[in-house]
Design a protein around this ligand. Structure first.
Ligand code: GDP
Ligand code: MG
Length: 597
C-alpha cells in the first residue's frame, strides 16, 4: 500500500490530458512499440475521430524510482460538460490529481470546476503547466494565474509538454513524492468503491473499483450494497492496456471485476462492493444518480424497424447506463422512443452509435429540456413534460416551471460586451463579475437550461473569437411563460416538429422556423404550405414551391416503379428522411429550431 499512488488528470477540454497520459505510459514502459498510438486511452472509434474523451479510462503503470518499485494507477477523465459526472467518480477513487493548464490558454472554466471537485475530495493537487513547447505559450503569466488560483509556490508548478515529453520525469517524481499513499486496513471487511463500469459484449459488464479496506479475491461471494444483490467474483484483475488476471486485489489498489452481469444498470457507479458473508458496516458516500438534461424522440426511418430499434436501444443501454428511454408514439412518425440524454453531444453520440454499431437509421426529433407543469385544479401535482405534446391545454394551466442553471464564463475583458448581449438574449441574468487578472474576467449568470443546451456553445465561441470558456451547474426550477409552437405541413400538424418556446420569443421563432423549414425540406411535385401556430392561431406561413414537371420526368426512365423503389431504398440507406403524409422531411428539419440564427 505504501508503494501505490492513485491519481487522476483533470483539466479544461483540449488542455492535453489524453496526450500527457500517453507520455506517462511511454515513459513508464507501459506500452510496447507495437501498441503505441496517439490518445491511446480513447479506445472508442468515436472518441478518436472526434478527438474527445467520452469515457473515463483507468490504467496501471509500474515505475521504479530511487530503487523502489511503485504502482501508479492513472484515471483519465473526459473534459466536456456533458460528461462531467465521469470526472467526479474518478476523483473519488484517487488521492491526488494532476491539474493541467495549457500554457497558451491559461485557466478556463472547467479548470476551475474540476479543481473544486478535487479539493472537495481532499486530493493533493499537482499543478502542471502544459504545452510549453508552443510558440504562443506564455509561461510567466500563466504561472501567475495558477499561483493566484491555488495559492501555491511557483516552484510547485511543473513545466511540461505532452507533445515532446519534456517534464514527464518530473511529473512522475512529484506523483511519488507529493501524492499520499492510500490508507485503509487490509484486515477489515471488504469495502470497495465502484467508480466506473464498461460493457463488453463477450464478458458482460466490467466493474472498475478501488479497494478502500480489505481485499477482493477471485471466487469470493460479494454484494453490491445499494442494490443489495449478490454475485460471484468470477474474475478480478488489474487494468493494464489489456487486463491482467489476479487472484486478489488488495487495499488501496484499483482493479476490475467480472461477475457475469449483463445489464449496465445493475452496476451503480458510486456503490460499495462488500463481502456477502462479512459485510462492511461503513457505506461509502455514493454519487447522485445521473440526471438526463435533454429529451428527444428517436424514431426508425422505416416504421417496420421499430422492434429492431427497441432491441438496439436496449443493448446500447446495457453499455451506456446514462441513456434512458420510454416508448412513445407520434401522429406523424408512428412508434418510437422518448429518450433522455446528458446533453446535445451525448445525443449525437447515441444517434451515431445506433447507426454504426447497430446499423439503424433513425430520426431524432426536436430536443427539449424537462419542464414541470401545474394545473389549476391541483396546483401541487407536478406534471413532468419531456415532450412538447405532453404540455396540458394552456387554459387548464396554473403555471409552468423550467430548469435553470448557474453559468460561469471566463473570458478576456474585450469580449464582456458581446457575451453580455448573448446571455441577455438567452434570457440570462448576470449575478456576478470578477476580474481574475487585469485582462481575464469571470462572469456568472442565472440562465434557463433550455437556452444553453442547444446552440449556446457555438454562439459563445463566435462572439468571443474562441476566448471564452463555459461551465454550468443546475440551480433548480423557476416559473416561466412557455407556449407550444406547432408546425403544420400541408395544413396537417406534425407533432414531432412542435417545440416549447418562451412566450416573448414565440412569434419570432415561429416565423424563423417556417423560413428555415422552407430551406430544408426538398421541393416536391406539389406546393407545400408551411405554417406555424400557437393553439388555433396561425402566426406565420411560407410555401415550398412545386418542382417543374419536366425535371422529374427526366429523372426516371425505363421501368419507373422498380427504379423508384430502388431509389427510395438507396435514399433511406443514405439519408435520414421521413415521409409524413405525402411530404418527405429530412433529419435536419427536426433540428431546425436549433439553427435559426
Ligand atoms: P484533452 O482534451 O485534455 O484530453 O486534450 P488532448 O490530449 O486530446 O489534446 C488536445 C490537443 O492539444 C491535441 O491536438 C494535442 O495534439 C494537443 N497537445 C496536447 N499536448 C500538447 C503539448 O504539450 N504541446 C502541443 N503543442 N500540443 C499539445
Ligand atoms: Mg482527452
Amino acid at each position: 500500500m505504501k508503494h501505490i499512488r492513485n491519481f487522476c488528470i483533470i483539466a479544461h477540454i483540449d488542455h492535453g490530458k489524453s496526450t500527457l497520459a500517453d507520455r506517462l505510459l511511454d515513459f513508464t514502459g507501459s506500452v510496447t512499440e507495437r501498441e503505441k498510438q496517439d490518445q491511446l486511452l480513447d479506445s472508442m472509434d468515436l472518441e478518436r475521430e472526434r478527438g474527445i474523451t467520452i469515457k473515463s479510462h483507468a490504467i496501471q503503470m509500474e515505475y521504479t524510482f530511487e530503487g523502489q518499485d511503485y504502482i501508479l494507477n492513472l484515471i483519465d477523465t473526459p473534459g466536456h460538460v456533458d460528461f462531467s459526472y465521469e470526472v467526479s467518480r474518478s476523483i473519488a477513487a484517487c488521492e491526488g490529481a494532476l491539474l493541467i493548464v495549457d500554457a497558451a490558454q491559461s485557466i478556463q472554466a472547467q479548470t476551475i470546476s474540476n479543481l473544486y471537485l478535487a479539493l472537495e475530495n481532499d486530493l493533493e493537487i499537482i499543478p502542471i503547466l502544459n504545452k510549453v513547447d508552443l510558440p504562443s505559450a506564455n509561461p510567466e503569466e500563466v504561472t501567475d494565474d495558477i499561483v493566484d488560483l491555488l495559492g501555491c509556490d511557483p516552484e510547485e508548478i511543473i513545466h511540461a509538454s505532452g507533445k515532446t515529453g519534456f517534464g514527464v520525469d518530473n511529473i512522475l517524481e512529484a506523483i511519488i513524492k507529493r501524492i499520499p499513499h492510500p490508507k485503509g486496513n487490509y484486515d477489515e471487511p471488504l469495502q470497495a468503491l465502484i467508480f466506473d463500469s464498461v460493457y463488453n459484449s463477450f464478458r458482460g459488464v466490467e466493474t472498475y473499483f478501488r479497494v478502500m479496506n480489505g481485499s477482493i479475491k477471485k471466487g469470493q461471494r460479494i454484494k453490491f450494497v445499494a442494490t443489495n444483490k449478490e454475485y460471484n467474483a468470477d474474475e478480478v484483475g488489474t487494468l493494464k492496456l489489456s487486463q491482467v488476471v489476479r487472484k486478489e486485489i488488495k487495499t488501496g489498489d484499483v482493479g476490475y471485476l467480472i461477475t457475469g452481469i449483463k445489464d449496465a444498470r445493475e452496476v451503480k457507479v458510486g456503490d460499495t462492493i462488500t463481502d456477502a458473508k462479512n459485510p462492511t458496516t461503513k457505506v461509502l458516500a455514493g454519487f447522485e444518480d445521473v440526471k438526463p438534461m435533454v429529451f428527444a424522440g428517436i424514431y426508425p426511418v422505416d416504421t417496420e424497424d421499430y422492434e429492431e430499434l427497441r432491441n438496439s436501444m436496449e443493448k446500447l443501454q446495457l453499455n451506456d447506463a446514462s441513456l434512458v428511454f420510454v416508448p412513445e408514439s407520434s401522429a406523424a412518425l408512428g412508434f418510437g422512443f422518448r429518450c433522455g440524454f446528458l446533453g446535445m453531444l451525448h445525443m449525437e453520440i447515441i444517434q451515431e452509435r445506433l447507426e454504426r454499431e447497430f446499423n439503424m437509421t433513425v430520426i431524432t426529433t426536436v430536443p427539449n429540456v424537462s419542464y414541470h407543469a401545474f394545473k389549476r385544479k391541483d396546483p401541487d401535482e407536478i406534471i413532468i413534460v419531456n415532450n412538447p405534446t405532453d404540455l396540458p391545454d394552456p387554459s387548464s394551466l396554473d403555471r409552468v416551471e423550467e430548469p435553470y442553471i448557474k453559468a460561469t464564463i471566463i473570458t478576456k475583458s474585450d469580449y464582456i460586451g458581446n457575451i453580455m448581449s448573448l446571455c441577455i438574449e438567452k434570457r440570462g441574468l448576470i449575478t456576478n463579475q470578477t476580474y481574475l487578472t487585469t485582462e481575464r474576467v469571470e462572469l456568472t449568470f442565472d440562465m434557463p437550461l433550455a437556452e444553453i443546451v442547444f446552440d449556446f456553445y457555438d454562439r459563445l465561441k463566435t462572439v468571443s473569437k474562441g476566448y471564452a470558456s463555459f461551465d454550468y451547474s443546475p440551480i433548480g426550477l423557476r416559473a416561466s411563460k412557455l407556449v407550444r409552437v406547432d408546425i403544420l405541413l400541408n395544413a396537417q400538424p406534425v407533432d414531432a416538429l412542435s417545440s416549447l418556446i418562451h412566450a416573448d420569443n414565440a412569434h419570432n421563432i415561429g416565423k424563423k422556423m417556417c423560413e428555415k423549414l422552407k430551406e430544408l425540406i426538398p421541393r416536391q411535385q406539389f406546393d407545400i404550405p408551411i405554417q406555424a401556430a400557437i393553439g388555433a392561431k396561425i402566426i406565420s406561413r411560407e410555401t415550398i414551391k412545386a418542382l417543374r414537371k419536366d425535371v422529374t420526368a427526366k429523372c426516371y426512365g425505363g421501368d419507373i416503379s422498380r427504379k423508384r423503389k430502388l431509389l427510395e431504398k438507396q435514399k433511406k440507406g443514405k439519408k435520414r428522411m421521413r415521409q409524413v403524409g405525402n411530404v418527405e422531411i429530412p433529419q435536419q428539419a427536426f433540428m431546425a429550431v436549433l439553427k435559426l440564427n
